[in-house]
Write a protein that binds this ligand. Structure first.
Ligand code: PEP
Length: 290
């Protein structure tokens, strides 16, 4: 019998646990170079990122796959982590042009982006495949960063929550969400220079956390939710100050090492600040008793 079950009056509420600085979610900044960059950029940027990365706030780089090995070597011995932009759903097989989560683990890779909107659009990836990829990652010890988000028409017609719920559905059913990071990336904000406002992003993150809470309140409180979509050095601080935003997935701005490091600095600053709503214990989730 646990201490808490013997003394229910001190059962910790979720809000209470969120307000405890020692159990706060860690911040993360993930840079997605997409299909940009080259070996020279790797050799220029990675040593700088490796020097600045700390153990407290995760700094993660997703170079194009051909450069992952080089980045692994350049980052060796530092706190800089690296991430694949894609992964197969299978452990191995006759799948020319694909690579598995086990291979990424072999390389010391920490994460794989799964279900980026560009892969949904250009490679016709659907939620079933995305959940299978996430599951393969978790099984291989790689953290999947699963991207979800609505397009502009869906937002304009009030379907944002329905889209997020639908995209999350298969992932939640598969169980692969346990061990995943979820990136809320509104498609209309990706590469457009028009980021969601901190309030819009917070509302979506809050909704996502509530959906997850239906599968486990403590896990919902612990899961990392990243915002992606035109994050830059000017808007990062306000986004990262939101209570349910645990960092960012950064595309274009990550190709500029100076801008990317300013975004990282914003995450570090947000990491040391506790949001007033958290301090006040004002955040509640379905199923949570106060
Ligand atoms: C992305 O590639 O996931 C992304 C969010 O891109 P950008 O920051 O350029 O909008």
């Amino acid at each position: 019998m646990s201490l808490f079950s013997r003394t229910p009056h001190i059962q910790p509420t979720l809000a209470g646990r969120l307000s405890n600085p020692t159990s706060r979610r860690r911040k993360r900044v993930v840079g997605n170079w997409k299909m940009y960059g080259n070996l020279a950029l790797c050799r220029q940027a990675v040593p700088l990122l490796a020097e600045i990365a700390t153990a407290d706030v995760d700094l993660v780089l997703c170079p194009p796959a051909p450069y992952l090995g080089e980045v692994a070597q350049l980052a060796h011995g530092s706190h800089l982590q690296y991430c694949s932009q894609n992964v197969a759903e299978l452990a191995d097989g006759a799948r020319t042009g694909e690579w598995s989560a086990h291979m990424l683990a072999d390389l010391g890779c920490h994460y794989a982006i799964v279900g980026h909107s560009e892969r949904r659009l250009h490679h016709h990836e659907n939620d079933v495949l995305i959940a299978a990829k996430a599951k393969a990652c978790v099984q291989a010890g790689i953290t999947p960063i699963v991207c979800i988000g609505e397009n502009w028409v869906q937002r304009q017609t009030g379907q944002t929550e329905a889209v997020l719920q639908y995209q999350l559905g298969t992932l939640l059913e598969s169980g692969a969400w346990q061990g995943a990071i979820i990136a809320y990336e509104p498609v209309w904000a990706i590469g457009t220079g028009i980021a969601a406002t901190p309030e819009e992003a917070q509302a979506a993150h809050r909704f996502i956390r509530e959906q997850i809470a239906a599968h486990g309140v403590a896990a919902a409180a612990a899961i990392t939710l990243l915002y992606g979509g035109s994050v830059n050095a000017d808007n990062a601080a306000a986004l990262f100050a939101m209570p349910d935003i645990d960092g960012g997935l950064v595309g274009g701005a990550s190709l500029d090492t100076g801008a990317f490091l300013r975004i990282y600095a914003a995450a570090q600053a947000a990491d040391t600040a506790i949001h007033p709503a958290v301090v006040a214990g004002a955040l509640q989730y379905p199923g949570q008793s106060r």
